[in-house]
Design a protein around this ligand. Structure first.
Ligand code: ADP
Ligand code: MG
Length: 250
């Protein structure tokens, strides 16, 4: 479902991704961890077309994303293909980025009606289903400012799901939350994984990564230092850099 090969990305003279390769099968969950600045967010942004890669190849559901090398040439997608493909990828950020002037329901209804041309009635019905799915059926009319961080993040997940993505990307979705609110968000993500969603999750929640992850990737300095079975990578890492990082977050 996600096929990234030897992905390179630089910002000016700074090479942020130095050849990342990762395959995620349909229905699998890959957990990415690593120190701040290691390129985790940039990698997710490349998958979602928010950044263009300089070399390598990324495919999502068999479709080429962004730049790709073709016989040494860089291949650029048309804007409309980018827009179409981005719709297949849902993204949830550390900061929930809900529209503050809209209720929870309106936040969820916005993209399907504006971008996909769904009728309001249809989008509202689906939004209610999604609110129920994230455990917030009673918050349809609430504004973000009246919701806790954990509730806002669950609305943000529902909003992403409203576009029926094939893949969900989570960038440290619980890092900005008070500790007591983390569990509810992880529960929603766990249910989503169990329902068969393909996911890449940047997280330092080692318990979640071990339990839900099919693959764990430890990144450092733009390199995937170690990747494989979470039980191996997170419990018995082979690389010294992975061991010292885990010792800090555990
Ligand atoms: P992580 O998510 O692992 O903390 P990031 O992908 O955010 O790492 O950042 C990796 C590196 O790329 C950092 O050194 C960061 O400063 C740099 N960086 C990220 N985005 C940009 C940008 N738009 N312009 C310049 N440098 C950037
Ligand atoms: Mg980041």
């Amino acid at each position: 479902m996600i096929d990234a090969r030897d992905v390179h990305k630089r910002f000016g003279s700074l090479e942020v991704l130095k050849g990342i390769t990762l395959q995620v099968e349909r229905g699998q969950v890959a957990c990415l961890l690593g120190p701040s600045g290691s390129g985790k967010s940039t990698f997710l942004r490349c998958i979602n077309h928010l950044e263009k890669i300089d070399a390598g190849l990324i495919r999502v559901a068999g479709r080429t994303v962004g730049y790709a090398e073709r016989g040494g040439k860089l291949y650029e997608l048309k804007e409309k293909d980018v827009a179409r493909q981005r719709r297949g990828v849902g993204m949830v950020f550390q900061r929930f980025n809900l529209f503050p002037h809209m209720t929870a329901l309106e936040n969820i209804v916005e993209a399907p009606t504006q971008v996909r041309g769904q009728s309001r009635a249809q989008a509202r019905e689906r939004a209610h289903e999604l609110l129920d799915r994230v455990g917030l059926a009673d918050k349809a009319g609430a504004y973000p400012s009246a919701l806790s961080g954990g509730q806002q993040q669950r609305i943000a997940i529902a909003r992403a799901l409203a576009m029926d993505p094939e893949v969900m990307l989570f960038d440290e979705p619980t890092s900005a939350l008070d500790p007591e609110l983390v569990g509810d968000v992880l529960d929603v993500m766990r249910d989503l994984a169990a329902s068969g969603m393909t996911m890449i999750v940047v997280t330092h929640e080692i318990g979640f990564a071990r339990e839900v992850g099919d693959v764990a990737v430890f990144m450092d300095g733009g390199v995937a230092v170690e990747q494989g079975d979470p039980a191996q990578v997170l419990i018995d890492p082979q690389e010294a850099r992975t061991r010292s990082f885990l010792a800090k977050v555990l």
